[in-house]
Design a protein around this ligand. Structure first.
Ligand SMILES: Nc1nc2c(c(=O)[nH]1)N[C@H]1C(S)=C(S)[C@@H](COP(=O)(O)O)O[C@H]1N2
Ligand SMILES: [Mo]
Length: 362
């Protein structure tokens, strides 16, 4: 079975975009996509972590793809060649020094069945028909047929309780005089959020409390169905999944590239034409949430996962959509994504509120 979808291909968003009257795909974009595919191929062939060659291939592909995003001018805007050069330089340094290296991949035979670990946001079972992906901060959002003027008004339906109590309750444990002490952190939902969401169902009912980045009522955006995500090319990846608690497993993932979603629904730019720096994600009930740098989501191995171990995701593994990012620890890999928001404010993050590192790089 071909892993990682190695053949270079035009990405699915091209046809989706065309229907929506988005700009024509340009050569840069296809070339960038091919470069990304080639880099993934190179990385998978060698299975060598941080080999110089892979880092370079990854960096080159990353810059190509990132530059396409940087340069995607809305229709009617004059190109700004000077600014482009500056952007490319910034992208280059990010690409080379940060998260562009490819994570090692493994043969399929080594893949294991991933345990269930962490149920925050998943304790009531989501009725899958009621799932929508709220997408916020998209450029020219009103031009998409999935546009709604308040994504927070969407009501997810839940039935029953997921009573699988397996899994951990990651806490900061410090050892004092040979005894383990758990740092007990209590963060109440903020007054601001309570004021701004009168009458809204309680969100953030877990230990870390409500997210500071949760949406305000009246936030416009898109509501995508699972069918809307079907056009994206599927990619398979066998990588190591690491939990901060000290265990790791090799997992077979299948899903589409986050970069493809971003390309199909590009973020609105700031007044100075630059891109928002972050992506924020939440479970449908707002209990679990993570923040990412945008460029980490553009990494070709960052997948929006629909299948694990050759089977559709189960509810407790985050059906219908979860994140896999091999560059980050498990706690950043949110299960059951309900919201993806482009933002320029560093987003709140469940476990960093309880003392863990926001970046969580492996
Ligand atoms: N919604 C949600 N996503 C989550 C968590 C969680 O508690 N809720 N836990 C995280 C942590 S700490 C880990 S290790 C992984 C575990 O994923 P798994 O249950 O599929 O093994 O999910 C991550 N994503
Ligand atoms: Mo974890």
């Amino acid at each position: 079975m071909p892993l990682n979808n190695l053949e270079p291909q035009a990405t699915a968003e091209l046809s989706a975009d065309a229907e929506l009257g988005a700009p024509e795909p340009d050569q840069d974009r296809e070339q960038a996509q091919q470069a990304v595919d080639a880099a993934v191929l190179a990385a998978n062939r060698t299975h060598t972590r941080r080999s110089f060659a892979i880092a370079l291939a990854g960096a080159a592909a990353g810059v190509g793809f990132y530059r396409w995003i940087e340069n995607s001018e809305p229709i009617g805007m004059q190109p700004k060649p000077f600014r482009r050069i500056i952007d490319a330089d910034a992208a280059l340094s990010r690409a080379v020094f940060n998260d562009r290296a490819m994570a090692p991949t493994y043969p399929l035979e080594r893949a294991e069945r991933l345990r269930i670990n962490g149920l925050i946001g998943l304790k009531a079972s989501l009725v899958l028909d009621s799932w929508r992906l709220q997408l916020v901060g998209v450029a020219t959002a009103k031009s998409y047929r999935q546009y709604v003027n308040d994504v927070t008004a969407w009501s997810y339906k839940f039935s029953g309780i997921n009573d699988d109590e397996s899994g951990h309750n990651t806490k900061i444990v410090s050892s004092i005089d040979g005894e383990d002490h758990i740092t007990d952190v209590q963060i109440a939902p903020t007054e601001r959020i309570r004021r701004e969401h009168p009458g809204r169902k309680p969100r953030g009912r877990e230990e870390a409390g409500e997210s500071e980045s949760t949406l305000q009522a009246g936030t416009p955006g898109l509501l995508l169905t699972i069918e809307d995500l079907q056009p994206f090319a599927l990619h398979e990846l066998v990588t190591q999944f690491k939990c901060i608690e000290g265990w790791s497993q090799i997992v077979h993932w299948k899903g589409f590239r986050f970069a493809d979603l971003i390309a199909a629904y590009p973020p609105a730019r700031k007044p100075d034409r630059s891109l928002p720096r972050y992506i924020y994600m939440e479970t449908p009930n707002g209990d679990y949430y993570v923040g990412y740098d945008l460029h980490v989501c553009l990494h070709p191995q960052t997948l929006l996962v629909t299948e694990m171990g050759g089977e559709p995701l189960t509810p407790l593994h985050g059906a219908p959509l979860r994140l896999h990012c091999p560059a980050k620890y498990g706690y950043k890999q949110i299960k059951q994504i309900g919201l993806i928001a482009y933002t320029d404010e560093k987003p709140d993050d469940y476990w960093s509120k309880l003392g863990y590192d926001w970046y969580a790089g492996i």
